[in-house]
Design a protein around this ligand. Structure first.
Ligand code: C2O
Ligand code: CU
Length: 483
C-alpha cells in the first residue's frame, strides 16, 4: 500500500524560496536512492536552456528540477520503486502513462490517490509488465504542470538485448514562452486555447534543448524512441533521407512496417519506436524535422562520423521486438459496446452563448483540487462533461470482458483519446479486423470516427480522456470501472 511520509517543515518550500533556490543550485543530475531502495524523485523549480545559448534560460518545474525529468530504466518484470517528494509550492502527483499497473499506482487525483501536498511524499511501487517506451507526468492541473515541464521517461528493457547499435531518446515538446524566455503563465487557463486546439507553443525542444545532435556511424542501426510530451500539439516527425521502420507504438511492439515517406505522426502522449539504419556515407548530416505551419522545423540532426563505417553493410531485415504479455485474442461475442461521441469546442459553442455567460474561462474555482471550473465545461464525452475523476463512471464492466468503443468526433478539432491501465486495438472500418499494433492513445481526426477494442482485464477505476490537456480539463474526460 502507498504510504504518506510527512517531511520536516524545513523541506517545505514557498514559491519565492523555491525560485531563489532554483537560481543558485544547478539541477541535480545524480540519482538519489533511499536506503530502502526507492529512487527519490523531487519535483521542484529549476532552469532549462530551452532556447539557443545566447538566449536567457527558462524557469521551469521539473522532476529533480530538470526537463525532461530523470530517465528511469528497468527490465521487464522488474519493480519500479519511486518516492515522490513534493518540493513544489502546490500539490502534485505522478501518473505512469501507458503502464498496465495496479490501479492504486495510477496516480490520478481523487480517483486513485489524494494529491501530494507540498512537503509530503508518496511511494509508487509496481512491476513493469511490458517492455517499451513509457513516460510519467503530473496528472494534477495537467495543463499547467506539464507546460512547466513536469514529465519524464520510463524505459522498460526487453528481457534479451535488441539488435541495435544506439538507443536514442527524443522527447518532444513545444513551449509557449514570453520574449524574456519565461513560460507564458498569462495564458494558462486560456479559454481560447481550451475551446480550440489546446495550448501550443512555437518553441520546439528535444530533451529540453532546441537542437539535438545524434552521433552515428555509417551502417549502424539506431533505435529512436520518440515521445510527444506537448500539451496539445500533434507532432508529424520526419527523418530526412532515411528509411524508418516502426517497431513499437505506445510502448507495445508492432509488426514492423516502414513509415511512409519516413514520417510518423504522434498525438500528445504517444510514443513511437523506430529502427533507422544509417545508410549515408561518412561525414553526412541528416535532419530530423517536425512539420509546422506548412514548413518543417529541424529539431535534431544525425551527424555521421567521418571515419570508417561501423560494418561493411547495414544490418539485414529487422526482426520484431519480443512480444509483451498482451491478450492474443479479443472475444467480440458478448462485448460491451458503446458509442462515444466527442462534442463541443468553439464551433459547437456558437449556438450556446446564452448558457456560457461572459468571462467564464477554465479556472481553479469551483471544484476544489480539480483544476476545472464547471461553468467552463467546453467539451463532452458521450454527452457528459467531467473532470474524469468525479461523478459516475461512463461504464462499468466485469473483469475480462471485451470493451469496444466507437469514438465519433463531431468537432472541428483532432483529439488524442487516452485509456488508462489498458492497451487497445484499432479496428478496421469495415470489419472487426485490427491494425497490427497496440495503442494507449488514439488520434481521432476532426469529423472522423475510430473504433477500438480491448480486454478490460485490469481491475479498478481508470480514466479515459483526451490528451490535449486543455480539453481534458474542460470536460473531455471520463472514467470507467473494471470490477
Ligand atoms: Cu498521459 Cu491520463 O494521461
Ligand atoms: Cu481533445
Amino acid at each position: 500500500m502507498p504510504t504518506l511520509h510527512p517531511l520536516s517543515r524545513r523541506r517545505l518550500l514557498t514559491g519565492a524560496a523555491a525560485s531563489a533556490l532554483a537560481m543558485t543550485i544547478p539541477p541535480r543530475l545524480a540519482a538519489e536512492t533511499a536506503a530502502d531502495g526507492f529512487r527519490v524523485i523531487r519535483p521542484r523549480p529549476g532552469t532549462a536552456q530551452l532556447l539557443a545559448p545566447d538566449r536567457p534560460a527558462t524557469a521551469i518545474w521539473g522532476y529533480d528540477g530538470t526537463v525532461p525529468g530523470p530517465t528511469l530504466r528497468v527490465k521487464r518484470g522488474e519493480e519500479v520503486k519511486v518516492r515522490l517528494v513534493n518540493e513544489l509550492p502546490e500539490p502534485t502527483l505522478i501518473h505512469w502513462h501507458g503502464l498496465r499497473l495496479p490501479n492504486a499506482m495510477d496516480g490520478v487525483p481523487h480517483l486513485t490517490q489524494m494529491p501530494v501536498a507540498p512537503g509530503n511524499s508518496f511511494d509508487y511501487r509496481f512491476v513493469a509488465p511490458d517492455a517499451g517506451t513509457f513516460w510519467y507526468h503530473s496528472h494534477l492541473y495537467s495543463s499547467e504542470q506539464l507546460a512547466r515541464g513536469l514529465y519524464g521517461v520510463l524505459i522498460v528493457d526487453e528481457p534479451e538485448p535488441v539488435d541495435i547499435d544506439r538507443d536514442v531518446l527524443l522527447v518532444l515538446d513545444d513551449w509557449r514562452l514570453t520574449p524574456a524566455s519565461a513560460v507564458d503563465e498569462a495564458t494558462f487557463r486560456s479559454f481560447f486555447d481550451a475551446a480550440h486546439g489546446g495550448r501550443m507553443g512555437g518553441h520546439f525542444t528535444v530533451n529540453g534543448t532546441p537542437r539535438l545532435t545524434i552521433p552515428v556511424k555509417t551502417n549502424e542501426r539506431l533505435r529512436l524512441r520518440l515521445v510527444n510530451a506537448a500539451n496539445a500539439r500533434v507532432m508529424p516527425v520526419r527523418i530526412d533521407r532515411h528509411r524508418a521502420m516502426v517497431m513499437a507504438i505506445d510502448g507495445q511492439p508492432a509488426e514492423p512496417f516502414a513509415a511512409r515517406d519516413g514520417r510518423v505522426m504522434l498525438a500528445p502522449g504517444s510514443r513511437v519506436d523506430l529502427f533507422v539504419d544509417a545508410t549515408l556515407g561518412p561525414g553526412a548530416r541528416a535532419p530530423i524535422l517536425i512539420e509546422h505551419n506548412r514548413g518543417e522545423v529541424p529539431i535534431a540532426e544525425m551527424a555521421y562520423d567521418t571515419g570508417a563505417p561501423s560494418r561493411p553493410a547495414p544490418r539485414g531485415d529487422v526482426r520484431p521486438l519480443p512480444a509483451n504479455p498482451l491478450p492474443e485474442r479479443i472475444e467480440f461475442h458478448g462485448a460491451f459496446r458503446l458509442d462515444v461521441p466527442l462534442d463541443g469546442g468553439m464551433m459547437a459553442m456558437m449556438g450556446m452563448r446564452g448558457t456560457m455567460g461572459p468571462g467564464m474561462g477554465p479556472g481553479r474555482g469551483a471544484v476544489p483540487g480539480h483544476g476545472i471550473d464547471p461553468s467552463a465545461r467546453i467539451w463532452t464525452l458521450a454527452g457528459m462533461a467531467s473532470s474524469g475523476h468525479d461523478g459516475p463512471p461512463m461504464f462499468s464492466v466485469r473483469r475480462g470482458r471485451t470493451v469496444m468503443l466507437n469514438f465519433i468526433n463531431r468537432t472541428a478539432f483532432p483529439h488524442g483519446m487516452h485509456v488508462h491501465g489498458h492497451h487497445f486495438r484499432l479496428l478496421s472500418r469495415l470489419d472487426d479486423g485490427w491494425k497490427p499494433y497496440w495503442l494507449d492513445t488514439m488520434l481521432v481526426e476532426a469529423m472522423q470516427s475510430a473504433r477500438i477494442a480491448f480486454v478490460a482485464d485490469n481491475p479498478g477505476k481508470w480514466m479515459l480522456h483526451c490528451h490535449m490537456l486543455e480539453h481534458q480539463e474542460t470536460g473531455m474526460a471520463a472514467w470507467f470501472e473494471v470490477t
